[in-house]
Design a protein around this ligand. Sequence first.
Ligand code: SAM
Length: 278
Amino acid sequence: MKNGLYIVATPIGNLNDISARATEVLAEADIIACEDTRVAKKLFSLLGVSHSKTFITYQDHNEENQAQRLIDLISGEGKSIALVSDAGSPLISDPGYKLVRKCREQGIYVTVIPGCCAFVCALQLSGLPTNRFLFAGFIPNKDKARTDMFQKLKSLDATLIFYETAPRIVKTLKAAAEVFGSRQAAVAREITKIFEECVTGTAEELAEHFTEKEPKGEMVFMVAPCPDNESGRDDLEELLKNALKKKPLKTAVREIVDQYGLNKHDVYQTALKVKDEQ
Ligand code: SAM
């Protein structure tokens, strides 16, 4: 096996979702870089792959130091390293991108062995539009940060996808109901596991559902794209009119673009028009 970094996806619930290529790479790699050696070794046991090889932890807090150590093992000692996370695709709300970046900078061979990723499966299950979507990762736990995040993404013409945990989901859905109103939303949970389900409705309906039925397991929350009438020109013109009363044009444009995630050129052109009319 060629020395280098192998990014290997592992199942998110159902063990049979491991690919033949992933099993082969895990069996042959000299070193396994993982978030938690116990979790990784358990996976190896379940797959029937020997774990008598080196396991090295690679986590958010030691990413910088470990990255160079792993690279030294690849380039200095000719090792092949398989990077796995506890479940799913490494680097997706999991550590790894700094390692990949450093590998690229230092001309190290990097390849990917694709497989499960929870947000892709959730989107497929949801029935929400798939032509354009934005994966926003984990939702902050603090009330203001959560609402700010929703506000920032609210005007995007894209299905929004978030990772969330069971204990926080009702609070999140209530906050989402305030921002997204009657838009369709979905919560997909326990994907590929026995109790897999995808519940759909408005955020308010979903909040009621999970208030009555205790939320359990791992989950992904999704919201339909911004409807045309919500992000329409009238709203934008109104926003700009108010902003331009207090701020220079460039500042008003920048703040609105940042807050609502709109196209800078469009906002700028509308701002010029509004200013002309004022
Ligand atoms: N790297 C993983 C991936 O490829 O999806 C994600 C890791 S992130 C630390 C863990 C989050 O992914 C969970 O909190 C949950 O939001 C989501 N997740 C993971 N497995 C899931 C599953 N089986 N069903 C629903 N969501 C899942």
